[in-house]
Design a protein around this ligand. Structure first.
Ligand code: TSX
Ligand code: MN
Length: 625
């Protein structure tokens, strides 16, 4: 560790101005990087600056330090080797959308779905919040690559953070350390991301206070400057607020880069599907939260001979290759997944993946030093400690794990990870799926008529609220492309970018687009489709469509499986239920079209006319039924 050699001078500021010792001995000679690190250190005044190398030794040192200071609890080395539990502050348990800002020069460029701030005014506010915010702490310099280092679809970033939990998590979630730093040679663009938990240990008057297991600040900012491609995050140590390579960089900033440069940064899982004949298809899929994206990403097919392997569970960067086909990478190297609901029935692959080398956050602790969450086993073990550190029994009347409790684990631990996961060139995307949690109306699967209709389908994604989310249970929420909280610019321009990309690329090479819905219910409230591993039957039909062999029937919503074309052999799904899974209720869909028209209107005059055109086409087709 390289301690700062600056002398604290009474008021807690430093006398570093003359000699930039913060960066003496730094393992880079990139002047822009050095200057930015120096500038941030002068603003935040940490006690020390540490350049992270991403080594195992560094990981071990930091986790040991966090165990010693109470941030991490080491789990039982036999039951859960190499694993830790962190308990967050109860007020720092999720992304803070109301404090997430897009500071574009023009308000109109952020659009109606983002919180816009005037860049200069936000900078001034952030300067106030960050001034001296790392006093008494270490500032870590965390170089990272999203995607394989040097790959044609990859991007570089550097996060400055005063949280060792964030450093270790970034080491799991990104290609972090010396290789990324070496790639950031002078003149090479990188996304600068500044993060502080916002709880200095030394006050401006020099008085000190002890640290706490999960430092944070009630005042929070997750700020994006799309024109300068900068990220500033203050006050939270949690997930997407703090692991800035993920939602902030790989979605909000990358979506802006992607529009300018002609590619796509999407909130999608990516699958490699191999048919019994050995043919390989790659599928990308966007779902809003609480639809089981990670479960689909790790699906174990119920159909003999089929194989599904995981490329990613959250983010896909897709770029047209020289052949005009879209190629996707997962820019991450790990999974930051929701623990509750993950069990041997819903996701056996994840259960196996979580056996060792995992950082758990806000799970319950068992009496024998293991973790537990709702859905891991039918019955909770006796003697649990809940996510707040309180004794817990089923009679406590609240969940033992926080509903947003998480695991952070390397993709290398995933039993279903595909060999192509590390391919810098990415995989050719054959199909794109748009899903949602819909109890009615939306069929199990339908193929869009063409790319533009597919964009209309993506723009129309909606999901019913579950108990885990805020809002009334059952209420319909639109979440176009599952990107509502993640598009770093005007959503209508985003739709236009998707349409433009389709026009630019050879039509024959474009991915086929499908809508899927595992959650349709019968009149009696039963789920009509068994879901989980049986979704392989839907993937089978989709692959059949790609190969030109699966039969389809035209409906106003697109093509659905023809009678007998969806393999339901051995399934306990009645003919009536199967009919209901694909029934198009004309009146209900005319109502959906009205709702969608209202929703589209919220995007204002920038909404592409192709989308309103498709509303009319939908109504026209419905009238013809
Ligand atoms: O993840 C889910 N998937 C995708 C799996 C590859 N879930 C869980 C969503 C919450 C995060 C599902 N829930 C799926 C699904 O396909 N389907 C359902 C609904 C459902 C729940 C239970 C049963 C059937 C359907 N079965 C029994 O209750 C026996
Ligand atoms: Mn996500």
């Amino acid at each position: 560790m390289t301690a700062l050699e600056t002398t604290p001078d009474g008021d807690g500021s430093t006398t570093a101005d003359a000699v930039p010792v913060e960066v003496l001995g730094a393992p880079t000679d990139n002047p822009d990087l050095l200057e930015w690190v120096r500038r941030t250190a002068r603003l935040t005044t940490p006690d020390a600056v540490v350049w992270c190398d991403g080594s195992r030794a560094e990981h071990d040192r930091l986790t040991a330090q966090m165990v010693a200071d109470g941030t991490l609890i080491a789990l039982d080395p036999v039951k859960r080797p190499g694993s830790f539990l962190a308990r967050s502050d109860p007020d720092d348990v999720a992304r803070v959308e109301h404090r997430t800002f897009i500071a574009s020069e023009h308000e109109a460029d952020a659009g109606p779905t983002n919180h816009w701030r005037e860049p200069a005014a936000l900078r001034a506010e952030l300067d106030g919040a960050f001034a001296g915010c790392m006093r008494g702490r270490t500032m870590y310099v965390v170089p990272f690559s999203m995607g394989p280092v040097g790959g044609p679809i990859s991007q570089l970033g550097v996060q400055l953070t005063d949280s060792p939990y964030v450093v270790v998590s970034m080491g799991v979630m990104t290609r972090m350390g010396s290789d990324a730093l070496a790639a950031i040679s002078p003149g090479t663009p990188f996304v600068p991301a500044v993060h502080s938990v916002g709880r200095p240990l030394v006050a401006a008057d020099g008085s000190t206070r002890p640290d706490v297991p999960w430092p944070c600040n009630p005042l929070k900012y997750v700020a994006h400057f799309p024109e300068t491609r900068e990220i500033w995050s203050f006050g939270s140590g949690y997930g997407g607020n703090a692991l800035l390579g993920k939602k902030c960089f790989a979605l909000r900033i990358a979506s802006v880069m992607a529009r300018e440069e002609g590619w796509l940064a999407e909130h999608m899982l990516v699958l490699k599907v191999t048919t019994p004949q050995g043919r390989v298809h790659h599928v990308a899929a966007a779902f809003p939260s609480a639809c089981g994206k990670t479960n689909l990403a790790m699906l174990q097919p119920s159909l003999p001979g089929w194989r599904v392997e995981t490329i990613g569970d959250d983010i896909a960067w897709m770029r047209p290759g020289a052949d005009g086909r879209l190629r996707a990478i997962n820019p991450e190297t790990g999974f930051f997944g929701v623990a509750p609901g993950t069990g041997p029935e819903t996701n056996p692959v994840a259960v196996e993946m979580l056996r060792e080398d995992v950082i758990f956050t806000n799970c319950a602790l068992t009496a024998d030093g293991d973790v537990w969450w709702e859905g891991l086993t039918p019955e909770p073990p006796a003697g649990l400690t809940d996510w707040r550190g309180e004794p817990w029994t089923p009679a406590s009347g609240r969940p033992a794990a926080h509903p947003n409790a998480r695991f952070t684990v390397s993709a290398a631990r995933c039993p279903s990870i595909a060999a192509e996961f590390d391919d810098p060139e990415g995989v050719v995307v054959d199909a794109i799926l748009f899903g949602g949690r819909r109890g009615s109306n939306v069929p199990l699967v339908a193929q869009a008529l063409d790319w533009t209709h597919g964009v209309f389908t993506g723009a129309g994604i909606s999901s019913e609220q579950t108990a885990a989310a805020e809002g009334t249970v059952g209420e319909l929420r639109h979440d176009p492309f599952a990107m509502l909280p993640f598009t770093g610019y005007h959503m209508a321009d985003y739709f236009q970018h998707w349409l433009d990309l389709g026009k630019r690329l050879p039509a024959a090479g474009l991915p086929a687009v499908f809508s899927v819905n595992w959650f349709r219910r019968g009149d009696d409230g039963r789920f009509l489709w068994p879901g989980f591993g049986e979704n392989a039957r839907v993937l089978e039909w989709i692959c059949g469509r790609l190969e030109g062999t699966a039969a389809a029937r035209f409906t106003p919503l697109g093509h659905v499986p023809a009678a007998g074309a969806l393999d339901v052999a051995g399934l306990d799904v009645s003919a009536e239920d199967l009919g209901e899974l694909f029934r198009v209720d004309v009146d209900a869909w005319l109502g959906e079209a009205d709702l969608l028209e209202e929703y589209f209107a919220t995007f204002g005059p920038r909404l592409p006319h192709e989308l309103t055109g498709h509303l009319d086409l939908l109504r026209y087709r419905l009238a013809g039924v």
